[in-house]
Design a protein around this ligand. Sequence first.
Ligand SMILES: *Cc1c(COP(=O)(O)O)cnc(C)c1O
Length: 388
Amino acid sequence: MAFIPYGRQDISPADIKAVTEALCSDYLTQGPAISAFEEAVSSYCGVNHAIAVNSATSALHIACMAVGLGKEDIAWTTPNSFVASANCILYCGAQVDFVDILADGINMCPDALAAKLKEAKAANKLPKVVIPVHMSGHSAQMDRIAELADEYGFHIIEDASHAIGSSFKGKKVGCCQYSDITVFSFHPVKIITSAEGGMATTNNPDLAEKMARLRSHGITRDTALMTEESHGAWYYQQLDLGLNYRMTDLHASLGLSQMTRLDEFVMLRHDLAKRYDELINHKAIIKPEQASDTYSSWHLYILQIDHDMIALDKKALFKYFHDASIGVNLHYIPIHLQPYYENLGFKKGDFPNAEQYYRKAISIPLFAQLTLSEQDKVIDVLMTAIEE
Ligand SMILES: *Cc1c(COP(=O)(O)O)cnc(C)c1O
């Protein structure tokens, strides 16, 4: 049996046809596929605006810029995420801090957030932005975080890189009921892919317009926004210091084609996750759970293993899987323990729940095309490793 990765894309003949057609069209970039992809995502999520960019990292950056995050400001995210969730804050010159995850969970803890906000208010150091992450597709407790946003007046940007196809309390993640902006990633290991790509959704027309401008150098051709009368048909104005974060039509046509299978991908992931739930049973293992008011995209299937209860330590367990041609992974090394962040003053012990979780977590293969016999092999290898 070939190597089984922890995650991978599912590319159909229709996807290949869509990209080939875009390649043969008049537009390789800034053509009709971009707005078609944006429209597909916004109508899927039930949100007014969607802005496609070349990665979720770019989307997080322009989202932070759009809500006005700057040098004098502070923003918070969770330490249990990919570094991009925090880097976007630093790109804006703002100060970054973290809110620990739930003691028995994977997402930002609303009680820890409430406590930290109370302290921050007393110290006059409230954050301008909070970035919750929907870890592995399981939505954070957005209603509680939004209540705190009302009380303390911060913006919410949801990092939903894992969570297209997920729901919270019956509504799609990305609808922005509880946030200013939601960001998706279309990296190949995520739920749907555009090879590289990301998107920001919002119901706020001003934020939408601002992000659309920021993805393309801060330039506008809309005469209504110009500071003086247009000089002519060639004229444009740069209003902000933007970037080139545009998605190409090749990428957008792949993303658009993949959107037609999003629900199918998520259903397949649910079936596989359910099968793992049924077939993995051991006292040293805690299995991931979908909270009752959420529907997960099941981007990742993360076990928490108590290594004190088994013979193999984490390195040995990873080696055991790799020797059996199974690509396990770990999501995530706490961001504050990265050397770059330690140089900013963070240290071990700052966010104990995320650190404790890091000692236990392991992501085993989960993707739409994982076959049952591949899944059986993963379970087999896991169980033998645990019994070693
Ligand atoms: C993948 C990921 C990102 C970055 O996505 P890119 O599209 O690769 O830039 C950001 N945040 C989280 C939580 C991610 O998993």
